[in-house]
Design a protein around this ligand. Structure first.
Ligand SMILES: NC(=O)c1ccc[n+]([C@@H]2O[C@H](COP(=O)([O-])OP(=O)(O)OC[C@H]3O[C@@H](n4cnc5c(N)ncnc54)[C@H](OP(=O)(O)O)[C@@H]3O)[C@@H](O)[C@H]2O)c1
Length: 338
């Protein structure tokens, strides 16, 4: 089943459907670098604001406080939602072999206290081929046992995804969570994932607060009475690369794409032209989920209000011209040793 939209017009409650048929809320909440106390407070505020998707990890060392905050909220008097309305993600910190992965999964399920994990990802490709595939074997088994509903990867380059596909896994990856935002577009990887029916999740969608003062972002925010954070999250990566670039008359963008491509420019241009004929760039048909992080209640609410305004094509073209391969945290995708 292809990763698709379930609604035409995106809103806070919109879901996408993953290739395994499970649904994922499009807007999630990241909890990286939150202390237990911060996570407990922020997750509660996020739930009150309407977030249902939480992006956690073994590496964040706050699985217990995030899970407890969710459980407390679900158990509160008159709570209108249940466990099945929550989408909880965790990630395997390191690829250290099959047994180690099994132990990590069991620990993460226990720590969150939610009974099961909705989405479990290999956090990065580090560890080598054999360890990556052993991790995947353990993750598939955990899915069969019902400990995990959907499985995927994070920070995987094309070569790592291809390696997994070539191993004929019982289950393919449904998600690749990568740093994706206007300043890090990863055009080829986005297209590769889409071609392989792998949904993209954007980590660092607010550019980790490093580009709120960029003149284009400030100008677009002012034009649409939005905040820089809201503008940054507007890029929703439907055929973000080729389809979007080809609706612009800016051929320099195209040449930038072509020069980064391993393929012949003429072939690239031909593919672009084909995509262009398929129809105009459409914001409401996208594969990407976003998981902004904040420990502030008003920013948590602000980040959820990203569906009230529309950028026009010219605005989009400007956003899509900002790519500078900006690494804000780590970059296993670009690390040839991974
Ligand atoms: N798979 C991976 O390797 C990976 C790597 C990194 C992150 N992630 C996931 O992705 C999530 C998001 O990424 P991230 O946390 O690195 O960065 P981010 O969401 O791009 O940015 C977070 C930063 O922006 C600030 N902020 C949030 N909303 C704001 C607003 N409306 N106005 C001004 N500042 C605002 C936050 O400060 P305050 O908290 O003070 O508001 C924080 O400093 C993480 O929490 C994690 O779940 C995954």
């Amino acid at each position: 089943m292809p990763a698709t939209n379930t609604t035409d017009k995106l809103h806070f409650g919109s879901y996408a459907t993953l290739s395994d048929g499970n649904r994922i809320p499009r807007l999630g909440f990241g909890v990286y670098e939150m202390s237990d106390q911060e996570a407990s407070r922020a997750v509660t505020w996020a739930l009150e604001a309407g977030y249902r998707h939480f992006d956690c990890a073994e590496w964040y060392y706050n699985e217990q406080s995030v899970g407890s905050a969710i459980s407390r909220f679900l158990a509160s008097p008159g709570c209108p939602i249940g466990r099945s309305d929550i989408f909880y993600c965790s990630k395997l910190q390191s690829n250290n072999g099959y047994q180690a992965a099994k132990r990590s999964i069991a620990e993460s399920v226990k720590k969150c206290g939610l009974g099961y994990i909705d989405l479990y990802l290999i956090h990065s490709p580090y560890g080598g081929r054999s360890n990556r595939l052993d991790s995947w074997r353990a993750i598939q088994e955990a899915k069969d046992l019902g400990l995990i509903k959907s499985i995927g990867v994070s920070n995987y380059a094309e070569r790592h995804i291809q390696e997994l596909l070539d191993s004929n896994p019982k289950y393919p990856a449904t998600v690749n969570q990568c740093d994706l935002h206007p300043f890090m577009a990863r055009l080829q990887l986005v297209d590769y994932c889409r071609a392989n029916n792998i949904a993209l999740e954007c980590w660092g969608p607010l550019v980790r607060a490093e580009r709120f003062d960029h003149p284009t972002i400030k100008e677009l925010a002012s034009k649409h009475s939005a905040t820089p954070a809201q503008v940054l999250m507007y890029v929703r990566y439907r055929s973000v690369s080729l389809g979007a670039l080809l609706t612009t008359s800016d051929t320099s963008s195209l040449h930038a794409v072509a020069s980064r491509s391993n393929e012949a420019t003429s072939l690239y241009v031909c593919v672009c032209a084909t995509i262009r004929q398929l129809g105009p760039y459409c914001l409401h048909s996208t594969f990407a989920q976003q998981i902004p992080k904040s420990v502030s209640q008003h920013r948590i609410i602000e980040n959820a209000n990203v569906f009230a305004f529309e950028l026009d094509q010219a605005d989009m073209d400007r956003l899509l011209s900002l790519d500078e391969y900006l690494v804000t945290d780590w970059d296993p995708i670009g690390d040839p040793s991974a």
